[in-house]
Design a protein around this ligand. Structure first.
Ligand code: GUN
Ligand code: ZN
Length: 439
């Protein structure tokens, strides 16, 4: 058994749809066993449950949260994050495809996968929905590293059979066969989940999209990820490539790719009919504010997506390497600014819901992750309220948990993460001498 003590917060409902969703315990005890939380509540009430010989790890001036969930990120793009001057389609040609070509080398994939886990665990992210590259070896390297940490991860081999350099293309049949082999090897192994990953409509023929749909029909509980309505030139191109479809989303729906466990990245330029289709099919959207700003793609309509009349499931995505950080705290700060530019206000409770339980609901894993609650996976992140002199000074003036959360999402980054726990074990501690993940 492991036991930790400190101030803690967790969401128990969707604050876009109902009031009073925040559990806040000023001095909490969290007990963990076999990878799960077994008890969570006020220290004074639960301390008697700690068996003799079990040390309680106490976090002072800290805030314990459920592990953060990144619903859209490309691990192979770490090496070209921060690439200057292009919008989506030119950015893909100039920077992304050349970087992804290097993943033909399995040793390179392993190096980048290791760096990725170090970065996300250091940022408090414990689950992510991840694009690998077209190379099966890139998936192998990713899941092998995830298995080492016992993280719950959702990832898959990119499917693309046109409009990219020849060495990055598969075919509909080869993409199907390679995905099927990876599903057999990784889907449901420990905490790993497979995600069928057609890159986006312009890089897939209709035959390839249909093959992706066949994979989804042939296996239980697979995820599906792709990109949707990110950039206006991209949307015009999809219209040319698929003139017989009613909309960009309809290209995917026609192939059977829009349903529960589908995660559609960006979804900036959406019609009301598109939102209705996502609502009724149960598909989720990944809001990627740093990426959408960096590539000049547009402003996601968060409050329209979550309209209580027909709420669509929404999670938060970093979308590195178009996104500019793997920190979901920084990403929340940017989501606030996007909401402000649209004339709306993203309060901290809704924001932290997006990064935790909202992400879990988007992935239909809310019975496992996204909350601190008995029976849920013991994935936690611990924030240091005085990680920097300024943060300590500012958090010292906060008079409510809502204000504290808002300061953390506005000023927080990697430095703010004191520790990360995965499946009941501390995998990162920024004060532990020699911690291999420490900077
Ligand atoms: N659309 C297709 N591929 C990509 C990608 O790698 N990143 C982003 N942001 N959009 C895409
Ligand atoms: Zn993306």
């Amino acid at each position: 058994m492991r036991a930790i003590r400190g101030q803690a917060v967790s969401l128990r409902g969707n604050p876009f749809l109902s009031e009073d969703c925040l559990d806040h315990v000023a001095d909490a005890l969290i007990l963990m066993e076999d990878g799960r939380v077994t008890a969570f509540g006020p220290y004074a009430q639960l301390v008697g449950m700690v068996p003799a010989g079990v040390d309680v790890v106490a976090y002072e001036n800290a805030l314990i949260l459920p592990g953060l969930i990144d619903t859209h990120v490309h691990y192979p793009q770490l090496q070209m994050i921060a690439s200057y001057g292009e919008q989506l389609l030119a950015w893909l040609d100039k920077y992304t495809f050349p970087a992804e070509l290097e993943f033909a080398d399995a040793a390179h994939a392993e190096t980048v996968a290791k760096l990725f886990f170090r970065e996300i665990l250091g940022a408090g992210t414990t689950t992510a929905v991840v694009y690998c590259t077209v190379h099966p070896g890139s998936v192998e390297a990713f899941f092998a590293e995830s298995e080492r940490f016992k993280t719950r991860m959702i990832a898959g081999k990119v499917l693309m059979d046109r409009n990219a350099p020849a060495a990055l293309l598969d075919t509909a049949q080869r993409g199907y066969d390679e995905s099927k082999a990876l599903i057999a090897r990784w889907h449901g192994r420990g905490r790993q989940h497979y995600c069928v990953t057609p890159r986006f409509a312009p890089s897939c023929t209709e035959a390839q999209l249909d093959a992706a749909g066949a994979l989804l029909r042939e296996h239980d509980d697979l995820f599906l990820q792709t990109h949707l309505c990110e950039n206006t030139d991209e949307i015009a191109w999809v219209r040319e490539l698929f003139p017989e479809r009613k909309s960009y989303l309809d290209v995917y729906a026609h192939a059977g790719l829009v349903g529960p466990r589908s995660v559609l990245g960006h979804a900036i330029h959406m019609s009301e009919a598109d939102f209705c289709t996502c609502h009724s099919s149960g598909a989720a959207l990944a809001h990627c504010p740093t990426s959408n700003g960096f590539l000049g793609s547009g402003l996601f309509r968060l409050f329209d997506a979550l309209d209580p009349k027909r709420p669509v499931r929404v999670g938060l995505g970093t979308d590195v390497g178009a996104g500019t950080t793997l920190s979901l705290l920084k990403t929340l700060g940017e989501a606030y600014k996007v909401a402000a530019l649209r004339g709306t206000k993203l309060d901290a409770v809704r924001a932290f819901w997006l990064a935790t339980l909202g992400g879990a609901e988007a992935l239909r894993l809310d019975d496992r992750i996204g909350r601190i609650a008995p029976g849920h996976d013991a994935d936690l992140c611990v924030l240091d309220l005085a990680a920097t002199p300024l943060l300590g000074f500012r958090t010292g003036t906060c008079s409510s948990i809502e204000e504290l959360l808002f300061v953390l999402m506005t000023l927080g980054d990697h430095r703010t993460v004191r520790a990360t726990w995965v499946a009941g074990e501390c995998v990162y501690d920024n004060r532990r001498p020699g911690d291999p993940l420490r900077y």
